[in-house]
Design a protein around this ligand. Sequence first.
Ligand SMILES: C[S@@+](CC[C@H](N)C(=O)[O-])C[C@H]1O[C@@H](n2cnc3c(N)ncnc32)[C@H](O)[C@@H]1O
Length: 212
Amino acid sequence: MATVTRNQLSIARYRSKAAGYDASAERTMPLRRRTIALLQLQTGQTVLDVGAGTGLSYALLRDGVGPEGRVLAFEQSPDMFALAQARVQREGWTNIWHTNEPAETVQLPALADAVLFNYTHDICRSPQAVRNILRQVRSGARVAMAGMKLFPWWTGPLNLLPWLKNWPYNANPGGLRQPWRCVASHCDDFRWQGTQWGMGYIASGIYRGDVR
Ligand SMILES: C[S@@+](CC[C@H](N)C(=O)[O-])C[C@H]1O[C@@H](n2cnc3c(N)ncnc32)[C@H](O)[C@@H]1O
């Protein structure tokens, strides 16, 4: 029997989710704004949107880097990426470079000055993916993250809720105690705080430049 890889499983999951994704993500827009604000983007910077999905962060990232700046992005699901492409075409944005490739092997056209991991649990759980991304990021870059996590351990069975919410979206759904761990291990001044009553997190740090 052929083995389905985690990437293939994720692509299959997003095939059915792509069409309704933007509507389902609408209520998390304030959190997205807060996470992007942690990047403290400046005019002319190059910002990387990791696992960019349908490109829901593109407008906010463009606002941050201005017309002189650039947004780089990648997304492995052809269904999600098609919607990101349609968005860029519809808006006529010219300073976005994006590609339909996985985090584990993507090659960016330039080093990034800032990196966004917004709800990219599978990518954050893969040391290979994190290393491939960070070796294409400038030392000292700001890193911002958001996603789901477990409630504190003492809440016991309540943790079924984040687990069940997380499972349909992620092919590698474990590691919900500290989902930021792999990225944080390459950052200085890494801080996180709980969101959504403890079922989510928002975090930021400064990339140490230790992946070559
Ligand atoms: C929950 S969505 C978040 C999308 C986007 N970051 C956002 O904020 O709307 C997770 C995305 O990560 C993508 N993804 C998962 N594993 C990936 C990988 N190994 N390489 C690239 N993209 C991946 C999925 O296809 C999906 O579009």
